[in-house]
Design a protein around this ligand. Structure first.
Ligand SMILES: C[C@H](N)C(=O)N[C@H](CCC(=O)O)C(=O)O
Ligand SMILES: [Mg+2]
Length: 362
């Protein structure tokens, strides 16, 4: 099975409501889709999310990276030499994790088809049912409390609450949500780099003292501030999870080994795809700590790949794989089945996509 052609296109999906974090606000998902065709007529699909405030990757840089730097190196290569392909991908372009992730996904999709096996089984086949949380955007406390009630009514057992805009209001936000939904639902908090290290320690200690029963705090401080992140981790009881601070397997070694955070959130858009995501899972496993897997604002295309990683690995125990549920439409036929918080992987070869509508290829 030889790679014959690499195409890129754009996917555009309106969101149910604007997605708001301490870093950005977006109301339409606009991402890049990659379609790789082989000489045997097989097709592999991947997606790159446009999240410049986190990855630095833009629509233009993603397309250029794929078409000008990755495609020329992989066209003509044989899927049988999968390990070689992964090395080519890793070494053809530094950084640019989103375009690499899209190509890596499409290659895994094809590798599964080559061996007639779903990708999650290739990766270990630990589970085919996954329960995701849902994200509550940062808004006024009353609106967040209302959004939380709606999510709980839909059956979500874990909410991921976005904060990091104004620390005094963040405490009111969390208290309002707890008052609205009670204590039977799990709450995790994501500050998306919104606090200084000292602020973070003060706020998290208040959260602890208020008895808000929070599971963990994701990325309290700036992505580059490893010392600040460690300061927070060392000075609070709640688990601190590195998200924007952890892109590569080497980041994971540094963060986990030096206890800069208590855990890491793996995202394919940060690792450059499945190949490096698996290394991070193994690093965590070697240190005896569980991992979280998350996503950017991706359609069900990219999320199917993340779900297969989640399905393959026992060490991944926390799932923030909710972006398809934040979209107003699902143009992806086949792939993982999303029924709100319940995600089920299908057992078709690769990722099991049938048809990707709404993509205009360049
Ligand atoms: C969508 C997911 N639940 C999420 O919250 N991801 C964010 C970043 C996504 C973005 O800005 O596109 C995160 O975990 O920080
Ligand atoms: Mg996060």
């Amino acid at each position: 099975m030889k790679i014959q052609d690499v195409q890129v296109g754009e996917i555009r999906i309106p969101l149910k409501k604007p997605f708001k974090t301490a870093l950005r606000e977006v109301s339409v998902l606009e991402n890049v889709v990659v379609k790789i065709t082989t000489d045997t007529g097989h097709i592999g699909y991947g997606e790159a999310a446009i999240t410049p405030v986190i990855t630095g990757d833009t629509m233009g840089s993603i397309k250029w990276g794929i078409l000008e730097h990755l495609s020329p190196k992989i066209v003509g290569q044989n899927l049988e030499n999968f390990e070689d392909l992964m090395y080519i991908l890793d070494t053809s372009l530094i950084k640019n994790t989103s375009p690499k992730a899209a190509v890596d996904m499409a290659l895994y999709d094809l590798f599964g088809q080559l061996h007639n096996i779903p990708v999650y089984k290739l990766l270990g086949g630990y589970r085919k049912n996954i329960t995701t949380d849902i994200t509550i955007s940062v808004n006024e406390p009353e609106e967040m409390a209302q959004d939380s009630i709606v999510a709980v009514e839909k059956g979500y057992e874990t909410l991921k609450i976005k904060v990091g805009k104004d620390w005094k209001k963040d405490l009111i936000r969390l208290q309002s949500i707890r008052d609205a939904i009670g204590y039977s639902v799990n709450i995790r908090v994501d500050a998306n780099q919104g606090w200084t290290p000292k602020e973070a320690v003060m706020i998290i200690r208040k959260i602890e003292d208020m008895g808000l029963d929070i599971e963990l705090i994701e990325q309290p401080v700036k992505a580059h501030d490893f010392e600040g992140l460690k300061f927070v981790t060392d000075n609070v009881y709640l688990p601190i999870i590195a998200d924007e601070s952890c892109f590569s397997p080497l980041d994971a070694v540094n963060i986990i080994h030096n206890r800069i955070a208590d855990g890491v959130n793996i995202k394919l858009m940060k690792t450059g795809g499945i190949h490096n995501a698996l290394k991070i899972a193994s690093i965590a496993e070697a240190h005896g700590i569980d991992c979280m897997i998350g996503c950017m604002m991706e359609s069900k295309l990219g999320l199917t790949a993340a779900c297969h990683v989640a399905g393959g690995k026992k060490i991944i125990t926390r799932f923030d794989l909710d972006s398809p549920n934040l979209c107003a439409e699902d143009p992806i036929k086949g792939g993982a089945n999303y029924d709100e918080f319940k995600i089920t992987l299908n057992d078709k070869p690769g990722f099991g996509f049938e048809n990707i509508d709404n993509v205009i290829y360049d």
